[in-house]
Design a protein around this ligand. Structure first.
Ligand code: ZN
Length: 149
């Protein structure tokens, strides 16, 4: 199985079985995001324990890239504090903005190294229109965090 096939499998698995797919009854923060170019929608809801994300609820609809990215993001941010979430966000954006070539999967310093399943989204870089799909949950997360009361 090629790396590309493996990444495709990971994306489809998250799309078909989205993690954290539920609505929180009383979220501490939430935001709704839309990507009109593709018709993607995502609602990100967060529950905090101190400064850490203790609960994640993600619902929405749209293409496999946007929904898989949202599911992977939920896995990645659960239990993390704000500083860690900030660092993850920066690493994800760095991974998605590498213009040339694939990352070397054996390089421990590559941005994708700490991202878990999210690393599977790096193939999307080749399709600039889809980068907005992959970015949508993260942009929405940032809005939710900004609006946290
Ligand atoms: Zn999309």
């Amino acid at each position: 199985m090629s790396l590309e096939d493996l990444y495709r499998e990971v994306i489809l698995d998250h799309y078909r079985n989205p993690r954290h797919h539920r609505r929180l009854e009383s979220p501490d923060a939430e935001a709704e995001g839309q990507n009109p170019l593709c018709g993607d929608e995502v609602l990100v809801q967060l529950g905090f324990a101190g400064d850490s994300i203790a609960e994640v609820g993600i619902t929405g609809q749209g293409c496999s890239i946007s929904q898989a990215s949202a599911s992977m993001m939920g896995d990645a941010i659960l239990g993390k504090d704000l500083e860690q979430v900030d660092s993850l966000t920066r690493k994800f954006k760095a991974m998605m903005s590498i213009d040339e070539g694939e990352e070397d999967p054996t390089d421990p310093d590559r941005p994708g190294a700490v991202l878990g399943d999210l690393e599977a989204l790096q193939g999307v870089r080749k399709f600039p229109v889809r980068i907005k799909c992959a970015d949508l949950p993260w942009t929405t997360l940032a809005e939710a965090l900004d609006g946290r009361r």
